[in-house]
Ligand binder design. Sequence first.
Ligand code: 5GP
Length: 207
Amino acid sequence: MKPKGVLLVLSGPSGAGKGTICHKLREKRNDLSYSVSATTRSPRKGEVDGKDYFFITIDRFKEMIANDEMLEYAEIYGNYYGTPKPYVMNILDQGKDVVLEIDPQGALQIKKHFPDAIFVFIVPPSLDELTKRIYNRGTDSEEVIKRRLSAATSELEYASKYDYIIVNDEVEKATNKVSNIIDAERNRAVRTFFIVNEICQNGTCEE
Ligand code: 5GP
């Protein structure tokens, strides 16, 4: 028997660097799966459909909600974002770990349905740094940047609902911390107690 997979939810305000951490985590570990979200927002320069997001119409998004094809969804900055259900359920059914990079509204929906999921909140080292990162990204209009900045401070208030808070002052360090959390959570007794039963019944356990 295999331990149950870890469902890891990663959130944090725009500019906290959760996308970069996810990217680094991908480079470091090929034992994790990453859910590609669906969104109704337009692709930014360089974003690829099916890799960064599934870029879909509002009608299609609503159809997916109606067909119960979304694990969770939220309206953020005037666009819809959601996690397609079949991919995540399939990975978890195989006992594999999956990472969702979603906002706190979505994270709270996941918490209701998956009490064993792990919630990690990424924060910037300072508000100045957050502002700098959002501006430096250079992908959004002035209006969108302003909206993201004001949303960022209210989003920080959700942090207390998460299991872990990681300060992203250095991407490498923050990524290692997230990676270590996944390893530790894999060994949590709720996921691995069956190993003790195997040892008691068979005298040994399969790795
Ligand atoms: P962006 O437009 O910068 O790519 O993402 C904006 C926000 O949407 C980020 O906070 C990101 O985490 C969130 N987001 C991305 N995908 C999903 C999703 O599938 N569900 C939810 N609830 N939020 C998402």
